[in-house]
Ligand binder design. Structure first.
Ligand code: ZN
Length: 109
């Protein structure tokens, strides 16, 4: 069972209390973007076997959104953090690197 700590209220919530919101850190495109870029923003999502960043809502709790970094293969949770950031915080990236040496995500080192 997936258990995530809501960073908004501090409660450890199991998956029955949470609502998934898909991939985190999507980059919006502007009106000048090409059709291909806009299609990518609307429809293309990462679906990795391994480290992934996701949006979750504490639906049966405080109702607020947050982000989680976890492994889709093992359900190992690396951490949760505010949904108000555009990139994963450094402490989350450090936690992932400590457990998955050599791991990289997009252009983040
Ligand atoms: Zn909460």
């Amino acid at each position: 069972m997936l258990i995530l700590r809501c960073p908004n209220c501090g409660i450890d919530a199991d998956e029955t209390e949470l609502a998934p919101g898909g991939e985190a850190h999507l980059r919006r495109v502007g009106p000048e973007a090409s059709d291909d870029a806009f299609e990518g923003y609307l429809f293309h999502r990462e679906n990795p076997r391994g480290v992934h960043f996701e949006r979750w809502r504490h639906a049966a709790g405080c109702g607020k959104w947050f982000h989680a970094a976890r492994c889709t293969q093992t359900l190992e949770v690396f951490g949760t953090y505010s949904a108000q950031v555009t990139d994963p915080p450094q402490d989350i990236r450090d936690a992932i690197t400590a457990r998955r040496p050599g791991w990289r995500w997009r252009d983040i080192e």
